[in-house]
Design a protein around this ligand. Structure first.
Ligand SMILES: [Zn+2]
Length: 193
């Protein structure tokens, strides 16, 4: 997992989805251990050794005791707590979801796109989907409280944080990447339209 996710992190950086050391990524391994990307690493150079282990409160464990992960680790933990099928969580600072959030409040509405079937469970381009948009917060307790309020609206393994970016997840890396890319593509199409 570490090698495959590191490679994905570098390739997303090439696409401009993680400028200036931003974004964070995590996965749960076969021993139910949560691994998260270390804070402050240039994602162009991200390697297997740039992950750290954390406990369920987001505190560094084992050889990473005393290492502080990104504050946004709390969002990863919120996703794992509430979506128990999630095993990989990806975060993006790509531009189109940020732009879309400037023209939509509360929801990003999607209908008519073949690619919306990239969301697990979506069978037709005719389905009307609504991707939640939550307000950005620097206080992660407030952000997680806002997510608590919207939990029923989160139906497609992703959400947008306004003028910030996206989170997407899946049962495995393949599915998490598909959800992240599906959302980004839909944001790009709607914004350019
Ligand atoms: Zn972020």
């Amino acid at each position: 997992m570490k090698a495959a996710l590191s490679q994905l992190i570098r390739s997303l950086n090439v696409r401009g989805w993680s400028p200036a050391t931003s974004t964070n990524y995590s996965f749960i391994d076969e021993h139910q251990q949560i691994w998260v990307s270390k804070s402050g690493v240039n994602k162009a150079d991200f390697t297997d050794s740039d992950f750290m282990t954390i406990d369920k409160d987001g505190i560094g464990t084992g050889m990473f005791h005393g290492v502080k992960p990104s504050d946004e680790t709390q969002i990863h933990l919120w996703i794992y707590k509430h979506f128990t099928d999630a095993k990989v969580v990806l975060h993006s600072h790509s531009k189109f979801p940020v732009l879309i959030s400037q023209f939509n409040e509360d929801y990003f509405p999607v209908q008519g796109y073949e690619l919306q079937k990239g969301f697990k469970g979506c069978k037709s381009h005719l389905e009307s989907l609504q991707i939640p948009i939550v307000d950005n917060q620097q206080d992660m307790q407030l952000l997680c409280a806002a997510l608590d309020q919207r939990i029923q609206d989160i139906q497609h393994h992703c959400f947008i944080i306004a003028e910030h970016g996206t989170y997407a997840w899946g049962e495995n890396l393949f599915e998490a990447q598909r959800h992240l890319e599906t959302l980004d593509y839909l944001c790009e199409c709607e914004f350019l339209r």
